[in-house]
Design a protein around this ligand. Structure first.
Ligand code: IDP
Ligand code: MG
Length: 152
């Protein structure tokens, strides 16, 4: 059964600084996912705290907030059947040293705190994160010419 989903993906400051925005986008485009929203922002402290609220109190939390607010990120929404799990699979494990080769983190990163991308891990977080970063007018509906080859 088809489950058309939207998921939130962000290239973090390390990915932007290393010039990997295009590499990340290409992987998702090549897979057949559809980019429906994108913006570059310097995340303010209050948004960072809301985005990472599940990690509050953990040992790495302060460093994570400091890092994500240190320099611009590129925030995106990607759409497709089972997009949430599909994007997480393309992103790879949180620890780049354990991430499979062929994944973004497995191919491009070495350190947990500099793992290039954030991606929503389940439908509830996808909806929450999309709402934190985008309003409805910023999310665009359009067709890909090859959509029927991918999904029907
Ligand atoms: P995820 O990004 O794969 O969903 P989470 O567990 O949600 O991983 O953690 C959020 C982010 O916090 C990770 O992407 C990583 O950058 C950072 N992080 C998680 N665990 C650690 C840790 O043990 N040390 C340092 N940073 C961590
Ligand atoms: Mg997470």
């Amino acid at each position: 059964m088809k489950t058309r989903e939207q998921t939130f993906l962000m290239v973090k400051p390390d990915g932007v600084q290393r010039g990997l925005v295009g590499n990340v986008i290409s992987r998702l485009e090549n897979k057949g996912l559809k980019l429906v929203a994108m913006k570059m922002i310097h995340i303010p402290a209050d948004l960072a705290a809301r985005h990472y609220e599940e990690h509050k109190g953990k040992p790495f939390y302060d460093g994570l907030i400091e890092f994500i607010t240190s320099s611009p990120v590129v925030a995106m929404i990607w759409e497709g059947d089972d997009a949430i799990a599909m994007v997480r699979a393309i992103v790879g494990a949180t620890d780049p040293r354990k991430a499979d080769t062929g994944t973004i983190r497995g191919d491009l990163a070495v350190f947990m705190g500099k793992n290039i991308v954030h991606a929503s891990d389940m439908p509830e977080s996808a909806a929450r994160e999309i709402g934190l970063f985008f309003n409805d007018k910023e999310i665009l509906a359009y067709s890909l010419p090859h959509e029927s080859c991918l999904y029907e």
